[in-house]
Design a binder for this molecule. Structure first.
Ligand code: TF8
Length: 335
């Protein structure tokens, strides 16, 4: 009977805490926008995040994961977050460079050579520091997700040597590092929002693009692209952000729920992305794309050519941030 009484007391306490917690949360609708299709690593992680938040708030805070750039391209959503017209989004760090120049450091070609390095640096002190530069611009960065290592696709030919890029009209993200990088490689680089990319490829307005395997699959680029060249020329992070205007209206308990769910979503997303990427090449071949690996010697030439953009990146992000990132990579590599 004694044990039973203890158990009853414990249950009562639990119920009371549960109730008090539910009362901590006001009913809120959170519009969480993203650019890829629903059936993508981005979409799956956005829905995972939504479920976590609903669970933690007893259904009070409802996250609507809205994909396909239905709420706008990355840059349009950023403006909506800053203005307070939208609560949350996830998108490329590369599209934030116009607002926060420090973000350009993640666009450094060949910065990371493994996902282990990427995780350590992005989740470490310098990653936090770069993330924090968003706050004065009107956005709060929660966590980095993995977009992944980028590879080339195009309709002209397999890229077997650098010179093969010469007359390729290549879509790049809207950011000077990407523009300068591909110009340095000799391609005809054209900046375009991701939301316009499929149509641009389909109508042959551009010949090619570069993105991780996952996106080549989820966005069905294999339908409109013949050749895929494995180059792994840069690792792209995504970043989950919140409107600062809206963030400032939240209680500490609500902020904590979002932060905790974001960290859980990061673990989920990276695992999911890596599992998908590991199987992707076989899927891409089945879909009919011709796949080649950029020969090591040519990767070396690509690296050399791209090293010329590094000085520009260091200037954009500040020498201090550049040095900190380089040191963090070195440290991660040594572990
Ligand atoms: C790109 C990026 C995209 C992201 C996504 C829409 O090529 O790699 O994956 O911007 O959030 O634009």
């Amino acid at each position: 009977p004694f044990a039973l009484a203890g158990l009853m007391a414990a249950i009562t306490t639990l119920a009371a805490t549960g109730q008090a917690m539910a009362q901590d949360f006001k009913p809120r609708i959170v519009r969480f926008g993203y650019g890829l299709v629903d059936d993508s690593n981005q979409g799956r992680a956005a829905r995972f995040f939504a479920k976590e938040v609903e669970k933690a708030t007893g259904g009070k805070m409802k996250v609507r994961a809205i994909g396909n750039a239905s709420l706008g391209s990355d840059t349009q959503m950023q403006q909506a977050l800053i203005g307070g017209a939208q609560e949350m989004m996830v998108g490329s760090t590369a599209t934030l460079v116009g607002l926060s120049p420090e973000m350009a450091v993640w666009d450094t070609p060949f910065l990371f050579s493994s996902t282990k390095e990427a995780d350590a640096v992005l989740d470490g002190p310098v990653g936090e520091k770069v993330k924090a530069t968003l706050e004065p611009k009107g956005m709060v960065g929660l966590v980095y997700w993995e977009n992944g290592f980028r590879n080339l696709t195009n309709n002209k030919r397999p890229i077997a040597k650098l010179e093969d890029l010469a007359d390729v009209k290549l879509r790049v993200m809207q950011n000077n590092v990407f523009l300068d990088s591909f110009k340095a490689l000799g391609a005809n680089a054209v900046p375009l929002p991701f939301s316009e990319l499929f149509t641009a490829l389909e109508t042959r307005a551009v010949d090619g693009q570069e993105n991780p395997f996952n996106t080549v699959l989820s966005s069905k680029f294999y339908e409109v692209q013949k050749y895929l060249t494995i180059s792994n020329h840069v690792y792209s992070p995504w970043i989950v952000t919140v409107s600062k205007k809206w963030w400032d209206t939240l209680t500490p308990a609500e902020k904590k729920v979002l932060q905790d769910a974001a960290v859980k979503s990061r673990e989920f997303e990276r695992k999911d992305t890596r599992e998908e990427a590991a199987k992707a090449l076989a899927d891409i071949k089945t879909k009919g794309m011709q796949v080649n690996e950029l020969p090591a010697a040519e990767v070396g030439r690509m690296r050399d050519k791209l090293a010329t953009v590094n000085a520009g990146i260091a200037k954009t992000v500040g020498q201090g941030t550049w040095d900190e990132v380089q040191a963090a990579v070195k440290q991660a590599r040594a572990v």
